[in-house]
Design a protein around this ligand. Structure first.
Ligand code: GLU
Length: 474
């Protein structure tokens, strides 16, 4: 079993590309096959080295590296199409010798004009194959006019049927297509040609890709046949909606820089059109328990939807699953190096439940630095309520008397006592503490905040809050 991911290095990878890469990777792992990364860089103007390097980097970072690629090499190297031009030219020559490819001298302008005329006359705009039967003399005349040929494939005209492993039988009438260009004037192959030559030579057994390529498949099958190769199996995944929006349009590079966890990105990408029967919704697709359940025929035929809240939920869940040690280590780059390691650890652990991505620690950070904090309007409302007026001083005294308990149980028992004394609910008292210590009404657990802050800062914040309670204003 051999599968491949064949991106063009004309931009950064997005979650949609990663879904294709991941499903191919999972398929290869499940069937103990090989996963090939082929760089399709035949668009010389738009392809960039930087993008190619980033594709390799992203796949490594995500932990779904290919078994054969431009860096590792492999039995069917090279894996970069720009290094395979000779190979395509040889196959073109073979097809030309067999009369299955021919020179076409039509210019872009002529083709465009004919397309327009056909459309306005209500005819299909396909190429009319007019250069198919050119004699040597006619060809020589075009050459003498300074025209340069491109090469077209003599497309057999028939019904092409194939069994798509996701969608079932698909058929096309190839007589509706014109003969496709397979090699451009500059000697660079078109996508359909280089893709078929490479899939054949690289012994790809299944082509698993996006549904946008369904209409290329009949041409590719006819090319495989003309070249004397058995076509691989095909499976076309459904489209994902919503990838142009805020999060869906971010590149994997952006996600990495902002501290999204690779496992979370893969988990979410896997859910775009698939879900394991066992293992729930939060999982690591790189584990055998999950990829051994991967079956192409279970991929959804319906479009999937990039659901931002769900993506963020999954990201947060994976942060919660990190061990304390993993979390502290991962969050380090987002915290000031000037803070002690001890302090950074405490901040990381206290922030855990508020992180969607590691960078979010920057928003909880101000709470943990010494100095004053600003109260938002909800915090101010909490501290100026009647309940606060009647209980905050008692609460503050109890906390100080108990030497600022940072143990959850101890703190709870102190707050319980204050509740009995004052008749104010425990949850309200905690809310006051939160407002006083963080300036907000939501955030990390109070005992963790007490643990991470130094005594003076705690005392100052509580004292300031007491004044606010007493004066009823800031
Ligand atoms: N380079 C093509 C693309 O990025 C590959 C398509 C395919 O998988 O055949 O769309």
């Amino acid at each position: 079993m051999r599968v491949r991911f064949a991106p063009s290095p004309t931009g950064y990878l997005h979650i949609g590309n990663i879904r294709t890469a991941l499903f191919n990777w999972m398929y290869a792992r499940r069937h103990k096959g090989s996963f090939v990364l082929r760089i399709e860089d035949t668009d010389l103007e738009r392809s960039k080295k930087e993008y190619e390097e980033r594709i390799l980097y992203d796949m490594r970072w995500l932990g779904i590296e290919a078994d054969e690629d431009v860096e590792k090499g492999g039995p069917y190297a090279p894996y970069r199409q720009s290094e395979r031009l000779e190979i395509y030219r040889d196959f073109l020559e073979k097809l030309t010798r067999q009369g299955r490819a021919y020179r076409c001298y039509c210019t872009e302008e002529e083709l465009e004009l004919r397309r327009k005329v056909a459309l306005s006359a209500g005819r299909p705009p396909a190429y009319d194959n007019r250069c198919r039967g050119l004699t040597n003399t006619q060809q020589a005349r075009f050459e003498s006019e300074g025209r340069k040929p491109s090469w077209r494939f003599v497309l057999p005209q028939k019904m092409v049927r194939f069994e798509d492993e996701i969608r079932g039988e698909i058929e096309f009438d190839s007589s509706l297509f014109g003969d496709p260009v397979i090699m451009k004037q500059d000697g660079i192959p078109t996508y359909n040609f280089s893709c078929v030559v490479d899939d054949a030579l690289m012994r790809i057994s299944l082509v698993l890709r996006g549904e946008g390529h369904i209409s290329n498949t009949p041409i590719q099958i006819l090319l495989f046949e003309a070249l004397g190769f058995e076509p691989p199996a095909f499976a076309h995944m459904s489209h994902t909606k919503g990838l142009s929006k805020r999060l869906g349009s971010r590149s994997i590079k952006d996600f990495e820089e902002e501290g999204y966890l690779p496992v979370a990105i893969l988990n979410y990408a896997a859910l775009l059109g698939w879900s394991p029967k066992e293992g729930g919704e939060i999982f690591d697709p790189r584990t055998p328990k999950i990829y051994d359940q991967f079956d192409i025929s279970h991929l959804s035929k319906a479009a999937s939807n990039f659901d931002e809240p769900k993506f963020e939920h999954i990201c947060g869940q994976h942060i919660r699953r990190l061990t304390d040690e993993q979390l502290c280590k991962s969050v380090q780059p987002y915290l000031p190096a000037t803070l002690s390691e001890e302090k950074r650890k405490k901040i990381a652990l206290a922030s855990r439940y508020y992180l969607i991505r590691l960078k979010d620690v920057e928003t909880t950070l101000p709470i943990f630095l010494g100095g004053e904090i600003q109260l938002d309007s909800d915090a101010l409302k909490t501290l100026t309520s009647d309940a606060a007026k009647n209980s905050f001083k008692t609460l503050l005294d109890a906390i100080i008397t108990a030497q600022i308990p940072s143990d959850r149980e101890k703190l709870l028992s102190v707050v319980n006592n204050v509740s009995l004394q004052t008749g104010v609910k425990v949850s309200k008292l905690f809310l006051m503490l939160r407002a006083a210590l963080t300036g907000k009404t939501q955030g990390p657990e109070i005992h963790l905040i007490l643990d991470a802050l130094d005594t003076d800062t705690i005392k100052n914040r509580l004292e300031k809050a007491k004044h606010i309670c007493e004066e009823g204003k800031r």
